[in-house]
Structures are given as structure tokens and as C-alpha cells.
Ligand binder design. Structure first.
Ligand SMILES: Cc1cc2nc3c(=O)[nH]c(=O)nc-3n(C[C@H](O)[C@H](O)[C@H](O)COP(=O)(O)OP(=O)(O)OC[C@H]3O[C@@H](n4cnc5c(N)ncnc54)[C@H](O)[C@@H]3O)c2cc1C
Length: 405
């Protein structure tokens, strides 16, 4: 068994680390100042400039196929990059990406939606959650009713990331109420000009999702993404695809918090000695490191599972062997990583804040922002409880066996 990264992964990780340190990190103070004034942490133009700079180093479209100008990196390599990005409190992401399910688009739709999204000319959002359907996504009520060659969309979506800025939404709506969401829901590509409106939702962290309102919005049939009735499956594919990404990012956030805690424990003195000489502080640091490395192992295992089974990148050409068994294995590994890393980063940031005492609670340091931000990781893209549901169901029904397969 070899735990070492290959040379290419090390080179990519180190290049990203130096890019983040040199180009992105210097913006952190400004981001914190802006957010405290209620402004978005980073202006879209500044983000674009950074993304273009990264592109000039070859970093563009981490998960995008090469035919669209992307890197199509294996999941392992992408997870290393997400961890690097997590260390910095700047809402930066590499450009050249599109929602994974947009690749179900036909030729016309690819020109109209996929390519401009990859190029950063159009912003998308993915709208599944409704006021009455979050964890229980199959309970969505938004309807799409056939009218001639069009569909009339009626209902509300909520908590939609990027929903207030998006040019178009990928909307999952019920087209066959008798069948319900499973088999009776369809994905639509809906331009904002077609008539939907949005309003932002204030949260305790930097995220500002939006509610989307569809009041008899007319959408032509040619805007159906994938097949009629395939919407729920597409929705699940969107959510599960990158479940190792958020935990990988969480590992980076925890690394930053722990490194701040170690430095402070070595320099802050009380009762004539650095606080790091107290066992209470030492144990917080030790426990944090164990949990951080455990989470990293689970993330790498989830990404490796996706790569090994042919889901890691598009160039691999899809699942190898039994697709259903492969999907189960990937989902299980990703659920373990998501559940554990979400709890881990909350505990590590909390301890780092505690080690900083009163300073940790102030807005002079980024710890309070990290504390507010990481709480979300236990909720979105499947709550802790939903991950536990997946894990226990897989085990109780025998989809997953104990031990190393
Ligand atoms: C910032 C943010 C961004 C988001 N972005 C998007 C997006 O881009 N697109 C999108 O479609 N959605 C998005 N979401 C929605 C997100 O996926 C949901 O909030 C999440 O799935 C939980 O759903 P809910 O909020 O309705 O909680 P509920 O489903 O109402 O759950 C409430 C609580 O009950 C628990 N619970 C529910 N059912 C069970 C059960 N059977 N057993 C045990 N416990 C249970 C939950 O775990 C949770 O703790 C976003 C949410 C947030 C906060």
C-alpha cells in the first residue's frame, strides 16, 4: 500500500499553494473588511481577474473536459486543490467550471448554456430545494404543466446558491404529478428573462443563497435538460458528484485554524509561560490534528474511490464494472468523508477560537468568520443526519461490506 502522492499531484498542489499564497491571500483582509460592511467579500471583476491569472498558469476548468479547454483532473488532484483553497478566507474558486449535469445538454443547449458557463460569460444556479422539500427532496411540489409546445412553471425554490446573480437556473419541477418526483420530475434550463425573480437570503455566514419565484413562467420544450422524467436522477447526480469537494475544502479550513492555534499557543504567555505548555491546550491541539488527518484520509479515500471506479473524471469514460455497485461504493465513501469532515472542521475551528481566548472572538482575526462559515458544512449538500441515513442504510441493507474491499 502506497500513501505517497505522485510527482504530478505534488507539483500541481505546490503550484496552487504558491498561487493562493501570492495572489489570493493578500486579499483576505479586504474581504473581511468588506463583509463586515455587508458587501460581498470579493467583486465579480476581481474574481474574474484572479481566475484569468490562474488560467494563464494553466489552471482552468479543474473538472472540465479537455475538449472544452479544461484540465479534467482526477478527483484526487481536485481534492488536493480544494484543500489548498480552503486555507484562505477569500471566496475564490478557479474558473472554467460548469455544473456536472449541464453535460446532458444537447448540441444547441451546449452552445447556449454549457460553453458560456464554462467561459464565465453566463452564471448558472441549480434549483432543487423548496420551502417544503430540503432533505426530503422527493417531496418537491413545483409544477411544470404542458401548454402546446411549452411548459408553464409554477412554484418556489429556496436556498439556491448563486440564485440572485444567475443568468439562468437549472430547475427541477414535477411534470407528472401522478408519478411524483421520482420518474415524474424534469430538469429545465430557464433563462432569467423568461420571468423568474429572486430575493437574497441573509445567513450567519458569507453565503447568500436566494429564493426563486416562478409565477407561470413559460419555458419552451427545447429547454428540457436530459430526458422528460429524468429530473430527479439528475438532481441527485448534481448533489452527489462532488461530495468529496466540500470535505476536501473543510480539511483546508481546519489546517489554517490549527496552524493559527499552534502559533498562538507558542507565543501567547499567561502565568509567565506560553499557553502551549498547559496540557489543556496541548490536548486540544493533539485531538485537532488526529481528527484533521482522519478527515483527510476519508477525503482521499472518497476521491480515490471515484477515480478507481471511473467516476473521477469525464475522460475515464464512466463507471467500470457494475455501475450500480460502483455508485453505491462512491456514495458511501463520500458520505463518510462529508459527515466526518463537517463535524471535524467545526470542532477544530471551535478549539482554535478557544485557544485564542478573547482575540478569537474579535473581528480582528478571521477565526470568527471561519466559525460562522463552517457551520454550513453540516447542513448543505446533505445534512449530517442525511449522511448518517445513507451510511446506515447501505450497511443495514448489505450494499456496503465492512473492511477494505
Ligand atoms: C447556504 C445554503 C446553500 C444552499 N444551496 C443550495 C443550492 O444551490 N441548490 C439547492 O437545491 N439547495 C441548496 N441548499 C439547500 C440545502 O441542500 C438544504 O437546506 C438541506 O438539504 C436541508 O434541507 P432543509 O433546510 O429543508 O432542512 P430539513 O430537510 O427541513 O431538515 C431539518 C432538520 O431535520 C433533519 N432531518 C430531516 N429529515 C430527517 C430524518 N429522516 N431523520 C433525521 N433527521 C432528519 C435534518 O437533518 C435537519 O437537521 C442550500 C442551503 C444553504 C443553507
Amino acid at each position: 500500500m502506497d500513501f505517497a502522492l505522485n510527482e504530478e499531484d505534488i507539483a500541481i498542489r505546490d503550484t496552487v499553494r504558491s498561487f493562493i499564497t501570492r495572489e489570493v491571500m493578500p486579499l483576505e483582509e479586504d474581504v473581511l473588511r468588506r463583509e463586515r460592511k455587508g458587501l460581498p467579500g470579493i467583486e465579480p471583476a476581481t474574481l474574474k481577474e484572479l481566475q484569468n491569472k490562474a488560467r494563464s498558469f494553466g489552471f482552468w476548468g479543474l473538472s472540465t473536459p479537455e475538449e472544452y479547454g479544461g484540465m479534467d483532473l482526477p478527483a484526487i488532484t481536485q481534492s488536493l486543490i480544494w484543500t489548498e483553497a480552503g486555507r484562505c478566507n477569500v471566496p475564490f474558486r478557479f474558473g472554467g467550471e460548469a455544473d456536472n449535469i449541464l453535460y446532458y445538454a444537447n448540441e444547441e443547449q451546449r452552445k447556449e448554456f454549457l460553453v458560456p458557463t464554462i467561459e464565465g460569460e453566463r452564471l448558472s444556479c441549480f434549483a432543487l430545494t423548496e420551502p417544503g422539500a430540503g432533505s426530503d427532496a422527493a417531496n418537491i411540489k413545483m409544477t411544470a404543466t404542458k401548454d402546446g409546445d411549452d411548459w408553464i412553471l409554477r412554484g418556489e425554490k429556496t436556498f439556491i446558491t448563486g440564485g440572485n446573480d444567475a443568468d439562468f437556473a437549472i430547475v427541477i419541477a414535477v411534470t407528472d404529478p401522478e408519478r411524483g418526483a421520482r420518474g415524474g420530475a424534469t430538469a429545465f434550463l430557464v433563462d432569467r428573462e423568461m420571468g423568474w425573480t429572486s430575493s437574497p437570503i441573509e445567513t450567519m455566514g458569507p453565503a447568500t443563497p436566494a429564493s426563486l419565484y416562478f409565477d407561470d413562467v413559460r419555458v419552451p420544450s427545447r429547454n428540457i435538460l436530459g430526458e422528460l422524467g429524468q429530473g430527479f436522477d439528475l438532481g441527485m447526480e448534481w448533489i452527489v458528484a462532488g461530495r468529496w469537494r466540500i470535505p476536501a475544502w473543510a480539511v483546508g479550513i481546519a489546517e489554517r485554524a490549527l496552524s493559527m492555534a499552534i502559533e498562538y499557543a507558542n507565543t501567547r504567555e499567561t502565568f509567565g509561560a506560553p499557553i502551549g505548555q498547559n496540557q489543556a491546550i496541548q490536548w486540544m491541539i493533539a485531538d485537532s490534528h488526529v481528527e484533521l488527518e482522519a478527515a483527510r484520509s476519508l477525503v482521499l479515500r472518497a476521491a480515490w474511490t471515484a477515480d478507481r471506479l471511473g467516476f473521477g473524471r469525464r475522460a475515464d469514460g464512466g463507471p467500470k464494472g457494475n455501475p450500480k455497485a460502483a455508485a453505491n461504493e462512491i456514495r458511501h465513501a463520500a458520505a463518510m468523508a462529508k459527515l466526518y469532515a463537517a463535524g471535524m472542521v467545526n470542532r477544530v475551528v471551535d478549539r482554535a477560537l478557544q485557544i485564542h481566548g478573547g482575540m478569537g472572538y474579535t473581528r480582528e482575526l478571521p477565526l470568527e468568520r471561519m466559525y460562522r462559515q463552517v457551520r454550513l458544512i453540516r447542513i448543505y449538500e446533505g445534512t449530517d443526519e442525511m449522511q448518517r441515513l445513507i451510511l446506515s442504510r447501505d450497511l443495514l441493507r448489505g450494499y456496503t461490506k465492512l473492511g477494505i474491499n
